[in-house]
Write a protein that binds this ligand. Structure first.
Ligand SMILES: Nc1nc(=O)c2c([nH]1)NC[C@@H]1CN(c3ccc(C(=O)N[C@@H](CCC(=O)O)C(=O)O)cc3)C=[N+]21
Length: 303
């Protein structure tokens, strides 16, 4: 097999995977609707006018409608007070048509992010950022799980079947990716190492990984010779860098071309973890809706 073929067979198509998840979600939504007259609803709250955030919010809203759910968009000015934001969250918490609430991060500096996340009803917390969901996940109980690590887990399970006994290395310890990812891998019986900016011998730690998940936000930081032959590599980084002709392009935290020659499987950027994150937001909304109504949850969409 030549290098090109090896590279292609190693590529995990997150875009196609996400489309499958959305189809599965849409089927279940249609069933909920016809059998119980219920339509899952997702409220997305955006504070301020960050252009990149607006693109994500627009994509989320479109995909929400495409899967048959109701999308509620709340765009607030960058000067919105914390009190006004909390008042909106109280209304959304009380609204029976809203099953999922997402407050786009980061928030403007004058707003206390922890207070805002704590104000979301944990049962509607489809980002899984409320400390109640964090605690449930950390103690192996039923929770709403953060979308990005959930998407990574789905792709790993699909690729590897059982993860039991595998050495998993998570690079990055953020609340939104690294930490919950480590919890999920532990729950699937991996031996988990969490590495971060102070870790010594990072290359050597990575070389021991059967599963390597990288979420640090540093373009191309993980080199090809840090990858164990045959390893499964999940690149969570989305970095916009300067390209030729004054343009920009997206790259991950892993040197993709070099790593793909060594890895058994690897997610590209774009087209890997990103699309799965949005698909999992929709599946979490469906999960929250089923739980709210005491109905069975769809298979394969939860951790
Ligand atoms: N409360 C909250 N929850 C989030 O989940 C959340 C957030 N805040 N704030 C911003 C980040 C970012 N995020 C992305 C989701 C999908 C893509 C995605 O689909 N990316 C495409 C490329 C898109 C492009 O071309 O720009 C890809 O990787 O293929 C990217 C980024 C969710 N976030």
């Amino acid at each position: 097999m030549n290098i090109r073929e090896t590279t292609l067979s190693a590529r995990i198509d997150g875009k196609a995977f996400a489309a499958d998840v959305r189809t599965h979600v849409a089927d279940h939504v249609a069933e909920l609707n016809s059998e119980h007259g219920i339509t899952p609803g997702l409220a997305v709250v955006l504070v301020g006018e960050d252009p990149a955030s607006e693109v994500y919010v627009r994509n989320k809203a479109r995909q929400t409608r495409e899967t048959g759910m109701t999308g509620f968009e709340h765009k607030l000015s960058a000067e919105t007070s914390q009190a006004d934001l909390l008042a909106l969250l109280a209304r959304l918490n009380a609204d029976p048509a809203v099953h999922g609430i997402l407050v786009q991060l980061p928030l403007p500096r004058h707003i206390d992010t922890e207070a805002v996340l704590a104000a979301i009803d944990p049962a509607k917390d489809v980002d899984g950022f409320h400390i109640s969901n964090v605690g449930l996940l950390g103690t192996g109980q039923k929770a709403l799980v953060p979308c990005t690590p959930l998407g990574c887990l789905m792709m790993l399970r699909d690729r590897l079947g059982s993860l039991k006994g595998l050495n998993a290395v998570v690079v990055g310890r953020s609340n939104i990716v690294g930490r919950p990812m480590a919890q999920l891998l532990l729950r699937d019986d991996c031996t988990v190492t969490v590495a971060h900016r102070h870790s010594r011998d990072l290359a050597e730690i990575c070389r021991g990984a059967d599963i390597l998940v990288v979420a640090v936000g540093r373009p191309g930081m993980i080199k090809g010779d840090w990858i164990k032959p045959g390893a499964t590599v999940i690149d969570v980084g989305i970095n916009r860098i300067e390209a030729e002709g004054g343009k920009t392009r997206l790259v991950g935290d892993v040197d993709f071309d070099a790593a793909a020659r060594v890895a058994g499987a690897i997610t590209p950027v774009p087209g890997g973890v990103g699309p799965m994150t949005i698909a999992c937001l929709l599946s979490n909304t469906l999960t929250a809706c089923c739980r709210a109504h005491g109905l069975p949850e769809p298979d394969g969409l939860t951790a």
